[in-house]
Design a binder for this molecule. Structure first.
Ligand SMILES: [Zn+2]
Length: 173
């Protein structure tokens, strides 16, 4: 229950976890009970299975990763929203309530979900990349299929990580 998902793309204080929704879904479904009432309500409101599955995978992963970082059960992680930088409303960046020095970011594209956990504000973006077959068909001379990374296990080409200016500035102090 307290074991965090194990597919890390980077190690150290800033860690990025990424996974295919289709691959992690059975695991996430077994641990759906870690979600809180608001997350269950959100889950039930999705119109498509794809959206629902992606949300389940992302939120179970976020809770397990943050639980590991905080040393608490995934269900004990309290998620909130920071005030919006535009209007001050309660819909800004997702954050961990009552915890300082623990920040996370969530991103998804298609069937891929990525979560970054860091000691400073962090951002993670994922983008779908063409399959090796698509690359071979469209650019046969540009990139040999064998040289294409063993996606998604290879960390960087699929998931592009950027630390936000705030994170870099704070890290220097
Ligand atoms: Zn706003």
């Amino acid at each position: 229950m307290t074991h965090a998902p194990s597919r890390w793309a980077a190690s150290g204080p800033e860690r990025v976890w990424q996974q295919r929704v289709s691959e992690y879904l059975p695991e996430a479904a077994r641990h759906a009970s870690v979600l809180d009432a608001a997350e269950h309500a959100r889950l039930a409101a999705f119109r498509t299975t794809a959206d629902r599955d992606r949300y389940l995978v992302a939120h179970v992963a976020v809770r397990r990763l943050l639980g590991e970082r905080l040393g608490v059960a995934p269900s004990a992680v309290r998620l909130t929203r920071q005030p919006c930088t535009e209007c001050g409303g309660p819909h800004g960046r997702p954050a961990v309530a009552g915890a300082t020095g623990v920040h996370f970011s969530l991103s998804h594209a298609g069937d891929l979900v990525a979560v970054a956990v860091a000691v400073v504000p962090v951002g993670v973006d994922v983008e779908e990349v063409p399959s090796p077959q698509a690359v071979a068909q469209t650019a046969p001379t540009a990139l040999h299929p064998g040289s294409w990374p063993n996606w998604p296990r290879s960390p960087w080409p699929p998931a592009r990580r950027r630390s936000r200016a705030a994170g870099r500035a704070r890290r220097r102090t």
